[in-house]
Ligand binder design. Structure first.
Ligand code: IDP
Length: 143
């Protein structure tokens, strides 16, 4: 099993619902370790840069407006097959299609406001982690 890192974002809708701790608890119960964490209110430039791969999609403007509408919590998670393990905890992009018991099934209301982001591959994870976290802000466990 590969030990991987992945980026999590608890989006503005989930922060507003006051479920940061509930979501962190799911990560920890699944064996993922939080090795980087901060709360940010993204600027438009930060959100556009993060989602640059979607800039030609029709929902891009709404996505950027939503992601800058309130604070988010960005975290680096580490664990065995962390990218896939985190995606499984999140559930499908559209909460109406998300499996019961997943974060999106429990806390998201629509595809536009779907509670969480998670890197979709190890390559994306590397880019996304470094987008928000300079190396010195990541704290691997030493005990
Ligand atoms: P993911 O977050 O599950 O990886 P992506 O396809 O990478 O899904 O899309 C990024 C984000 O863009 C989604 O989480 C969602 O907030 C938004 N999004 C994706 N598809 C749609 C859509 O068809 N309408 C509105 N928003 C969408």
């Amino acid at each position: 099993m590969a030990i991987e890192r992945t980026l999590s974002i608890i989006k503005p809708d989930a922060v507003a619902k006051n479920v940061i701790g509930e979501i962190y608890s799911r990560f920890e119960k699944a064996g993922l370790k939080i090795i980087g964490a901060k709360m940010l209110h993204l600027s438009r430039t930060q959100a556009e840069g993060f989602y640059a791969e979607h800039k030609e999609r029709p929902f891009f403007g709404d996505l950027v407006a939503f992601m800058t509408s309130g604070p988010v919590v960005v975290s680096v998670l580490e664990g065995e097959n962390a990218v896939l393990a985190h995606r499984e905890l999140m559930g499908a992009t559209n909460p109406k299609e998300a499996a019961a018991g997943t974060i999106r099934a429990d806390f998201a209301s629509t595809i536009d406001e779907n509670a969480v982001h998670g890197s979709d591959s190890p390559v994306s994870a590397e880019r996304e982690v470094s987008y928000f976290f300079p190396g010195e802000e990541i704290c691997p466990r030493t005990r």
